[in-house]
Ligand binder design. Structure first.
Ligand SMILES: *Cc1c(COP(=O)(O)O)cnc(C)c1O
Length: 456
């Protein structure tokens, strides 16, 4: 097929949008390890999980066998307001790089929350509403998840309580105000409003908080109030399931033009966008139908896949959540300041962790200065101002395209452009002023995190 027959943007029509999510676990020979009760160390039952999570979401969390799950009509209706998202052929970037590679990106930043997180937020809010709940609680670090959830909750008229990591609450007032505009109650974490928050404040006065700590507070707030449940924006199986809409649309768009990617690249914080993007392609690989190269990109400062241990670990600092088997740096690990807030989690989705352990996907790290170089290069030719998180995927996509230039290979590269960076201008300012530094933890720096792993 000649180059010109493929448009800059491949859109699907509304009726070509996926009507079911795809559950990659159904095709996995080695299923992800079950969540364990932190008290008994036995697999969490549906009943135990239902105290924390919505009932239907618990079902999805534990379902390792059903390959396709219907997307409820109400959620499809909401998806139609901002989906299908475009799959863009990066012609301008290809030209600038003078590469024979063909580069495509799936752009998830075309909604007010500015990221892919809305895909799961709306699903989780829907099931909470169906169950007749009053509201949900959650944590947010950089703020994208809290923003997405507040939009979803206002759509379904649900209360939304967000525990926002204190340092972000103070440094990202605009994110905070978007959430409040959509009706969320935003509390800086750690706070005096929960027992675990008070404990952490007593032990570490003056702490600016962490994601793990905000999770503990949000869980406590959910289980101690009638009619509330806790929701999480990444890591969990259910979130990867909802995010499969990204991969299904990508595959449908590529299929329209008979394009078969050689490699698929995504940034990985907790693994939800990458898991969603690769799901249908990974399904083909698992079923032996086709082979693809999958690459997870993580910050060199928070290298869960590349330097973490594959072990059961706590999902939060307060150790109130179930244990998950995953690549982890330990719940006690505190990453150095890095501007990709959405990639600072100590662990990784247990589904992706299992696929990685089985050698079905690769992982690489990128240092933040080189990530911002890639972000700037991309912004200047493709127009979109990318989120720092997404720019990790851009970095590796550019590196791979430059390799093709050397070898002359015409590889087809697809990467996930998870969001826009308008709320990250302080990070861009640091980069523009030449004040950005790279920090790679030493083995000694990582040791305390590994020491915090539970001894099972
Ligand atoms: C949250 C976020 C990420 C990382 O989360 P995953 O669950 O790993 O996808 C990546 N990009 C953006 C824009 C985000 O908001």
């Amino acid at each position: 097929m000649s180059k010109t027959t493929i448009p800059y943007k491949i859109y699907l029509s509304e009726c070509e949008m996926p009507k079911q999510w795809y559950n990659v676990r159904a095709d996995m020979k080695h299923k992800p390890a079950p969540l364990l009760n932190p008290g008994t160390l036995q697999p969490m039952t549906a009943e135990e999980l239902s105290g924390v999570f919505c009932t239907e979401l618990v079902k999805q969390e534990l379902d390792d066998t059903t390959p396709y799950i219907d997307i409820p009509e109400e959620i499809i209706k909401f998806y139609k307001m901002y989906r299908p998202s475009p799959l863009v052929r990066a012609y301008c970037l290809e030209e600038r790089l003078k590469t024979p590679a063909k580069i495509y990106y799936k752009f998830e930043g075309n909604n007010t929350s500015g990221s892919h997180k809305l895909n799961s937020a709306i699903a989780q809010a829907y099931y909470a509403k169906q169950q007749g709940l009053k509201g949900v609680t959650t944590e947010t670090g950089a703020g994208q998840w809290g923003t997405a959830l507040s939009m979803a909750c206002s759509y379904f008229d649900l209360d939304c309580k967000v525990y926002m990591v204190k340092v972000s609450y103070e440094q990202k007032p605009f994110r905070r105000e978007v959430m409040r505009t959509y009706g969320a109650v935003v509390t800086p974490s750690p706070s005096e409003t929960t027992e675990v928050g008070r404990r952490i404040l007593a032990e570490h006065p003056g702490t600016t908080g962490s994601l793990g700590c905000a999770i503990s507070e949000a869980v406590e707030a959910a289980v101690s109030a009638e009619g509330y449940r806790y929701v999480l924006g990444s890591v969990l199986n259910q979130v990867l399931l909802h995010q499969s809409v990204i991969g299904l649309e990508t595959k449908a768009a590529l299929d329209k033009y008979g394009i078969v990617p050689d490699m698929i690249i995504g940034c990985a914080g907790g693994g939800s966008n990458l898991g969603g993007l690769i799901s249908p392609f990974m399904g083909e690989k698992l079923r032996g139908e086709r082979d693809y190269q999958f690459i997870a990109v993580e910050p060199a400062s928070c290298p869960s896949f590349t330097r973490g241990k594959f072990a059961y670990d706590f999902c939060d600092t307060g150790k109130v959540c179930p244990l998950a088997k995953m690549y982890t740096l330990g719940s006690g690990f505190i990453p150095s300041a890095n501007h990709a807030g959405g990639l600072r989690y100590h662990g990784m989705s247990s589904t992706l962790s299992q696929l990685y352990a089985d050698g079905l996907m690769e992982a690489r790290t990128a240092e933040q200065t080189s990530v911002f170089e890639a972000a700037e290069q991309f912004a200047r030719v493709e127009g979109i101002l990318p989120a720092p998180e997404s720019s990790h995927a851009i970095r590796v996509a550019i590196d791979e395209a430059l390799k093709c230039k050397e070898t002359g290979e015409e590889k087809t590269i697809v990467f996930g452009l998870t969001g826009t960076g308008y709320f990250d201008m302080v990070a861009y300012e640091k980069y523009n002023n030449g004040e950005m530094s790279d920090y790679i933890p030493t083995d000694e720096d990582l040791q305390p995190g590994f020491d915090s792993l539970p001894k099972l």
